[in-house]
Design a protein around this ligand. Structure first.
Ligand SMILES: [Zn+2]
Length: 136
């Protein structure tokens, strides 16, 4: 089966602050990050769409002990964002002191940016990951 949107293409778009997803021809659900099948109905008739990159924080966690290769960043905040188009994606949150992160973050509006993380012994090299910033 051919993969319509592979991770490299997704990551390269993210480096331009473009968030790509896959729209299902069967049920219109948008899947993001990319998968082989629709996350709602498992059909494979998908087309690439660019999303707005805006959404709201559904939940978050503050990491004080980072995995190997990311120690230099700790502490940092990871947020789960419900995008305006529907899918939920995780990313880092910028612009706040991680120690100050609390429940007031829930439902806050955010906009997508990106950060390029270097590769480590567990990955195939550098990759762009979502980096969200708070709106108003
Ligand atoms: Zn579907």
């Amino acid at each position: 089966m051919e993969q319509i949107l592979n991770f490299q293409t997704y990551s390269n778009a993210l480096k331009k602050n473009k968030l790509l997803g896959l729209r299902c021809a069967g049920c219109s659900t948008i899947t993001c990050p990319p998968k082989m099948t629709c996350q709602a109905c498992a059909k494979t008739d998908l087309s690439v769409v660019e999303m707005s990159g805006t959404g709201k924080i559904v939940t978050f966690t503050t990491t004080y002990v980072a995995p190997m290769g990311r120690e230099v960043e700790a502490p940092y905040v990871i947020v789960m964002v419900e995008l305006d188009e529907g899918p939920w994606i995780a990313g880092n949150l910028s612009g706040i002191d991680p120690v100050e992160a609390d429940m007031r973050l829930i439902d806050r509006r955010v906009r997508l940016g990106h950060k390029v993380f270097p590769g480590d012994r567990y990955s195939s090299g550098e990759a762009a990951r979502p980096l969200f910033s708070l709106l108003h």
